[in-house]
Design a protein around this ligand. Structure first.
Ligand code: SAH
Ligand code: SF4
Length: 348
């Protein structure tokens, strides 16, 4: 059965034509799916009953369903989703004062194997399709705001759930292009952030994209040896190559490249580490997000104490490197950064 979510307007017009329907029917279906976030053909009341029946027999809108929702005391929601083939994926909703954020997955599991990340422990099961990636956004928006209703201030979207975006490059970029369409979901690429552990060739490719969201680099270490250990991707694409790609990255006016740095107690959080980070970022219009490590029983690290994180931050800001401390969200429901492992239970 084919899934329509993920298809462009042109593709839906073609789909309608194959059913013997005029182009405007394809456009109507497109409107219902993306602008009104309908997930059921029977909601499409402008379509005749026989056509709706034909649609029900030949296609589905999405096969993704909600398995469970976990609600955190801080307002964060974790969505355990079931994909068409029975695999599980996760998305997280975070309410914010100015604009809510949805964190989505792009792969089932992850192959990169970072030692501080729970997703790594799953290995990679498979890539998600553009349609599956988009289904997370539609399902979360409908669950939070009500089916088809307006989102209060638009939404920020971050590819920081399960998976490495740049190891599923085509589907991730396709999903971003489809979501950007102003006639549809209308999620501006300006509000989208893609995060990568450092797949260097894809950074160069991404730099040349016409529809290009914001880029974040997960750094978490300032020297080759330690990064080889913490993030094995470094053995394939070294820190030196990664930083070269970052220096050559064509930032828009006023844009900054974001660097994420997970703070692991007594591993990468010393004053010396902070000073090395300043030197490494020299010449790059950068912004640093310090992420307190979110621990899990299966992970070998402890979170840096807040005084250490503050001291580290001060070394950066004193040298004019903007640095922010990421507030942990949804820890009580295993929804925080690096905690996603498709768990049926919440285990803080
Ligand atoms: N695979 C992508 C995006 C998903 S991870 C990437 O690695 O960039 C999103 C962020 O969470 C990354 O910056 C990652 O370094 C961080 N992270 C992973 N495990 C974490 C943990 N246990 N605690 C805090 N942050 C973690
Ligand atoms: Fe994969 Fe990102 Fe986790 Fe590393 S931190 S294992 S790249 S999801």
């Amino acid at each position: 059965m084919i899934s329509l979510l993920g298809k462009t307007e042109a593709e839906l017009i073609e789909f309608a034509a194959r059913l013997g329907e005029a182009a405007f029917r394809g456009r109507q279906i497109y409107q219902w799916i993306y602008a009104r976030r309908a997930l059921d053909f029977d909601q499409m009341t402008e379509l005749s009953k026989p056509l709706r029946e034909k649609l029900n027999q030949s296609a589905t809108i999405t096969e993704t369903t909600i398995e469970r929702v976990f609600y955190s005391a801080d307002g964060t929601r974790r969505y355990l989703l079931r994909l068409g083939d029975g695999r599980e994926a996760e998305a997280v909703f975070m309410p914010e004062d100015r604009r809510d954020t949805i964190c989505i997955s792009c792969q089932v599991g992850c192959a990169v194997g970072c030692k501080f990340c729970m997703t790594a422990q799953l290995g990679v099961k498979r890539n998600m399709t553009a349609g599956e990636i988009i289904s997370q956004v539609v399902i979360v928006l409908n669950e939070v705001y009500g089916e088809g209703s307006e989102t209060p201030h638009g939404t920020n979207l971050v590819f920081m759930g399960m998976g490495e975006s740049f190891l599923n490059y085509q589907e991730v970029m396709q999903s971003i292009r489809v979501m950007a369409d102003q006639k549809g979901l209308s999620i501006s690429p300006k509000r989208v952030t893609v995060s990568t552990s450092g797949i260097v060739p894809r950074i160069y490719e991404f730099a040349n994209e016409v529809v290009r969201p914001h880029l974040a680099i997960s750094l978490s270490s300032t020297n080759e040896e330690q990064r080889n250990d913490l993030m094995p991707i470094n053995r394939k694409y070294t820190l030196a190559e990664l930083m070269k790609a970052c220096r050559e990255y064509p930032l828009d006016e006023r844009e900054r490249l974001t660097f994420e740095y997970v703070m692991l107690a007594e591993v990468n959080d010393s004053d010396e580490d902070a000073r090395r980070l300043v030197r490494l970022l020299n010449g790059i219009r950068a912004k640093v997000n310090l992420i307190p490590h979110n621990p899990a029983p299966e992970l070998p690290y402890k979170a840096s104490p807040i005084e250490r994180i503050l001291a580290f931050q001060k070394i950066l800001t004193d040298k004019d490197v903007p640095a922010f401390i990421r507030r942990p969200r949804g820890q009580d429901i295993s929804a925080a950064c690096g905690q996603l492992a498709a768990r049926q239970q919440a285990q803080a």
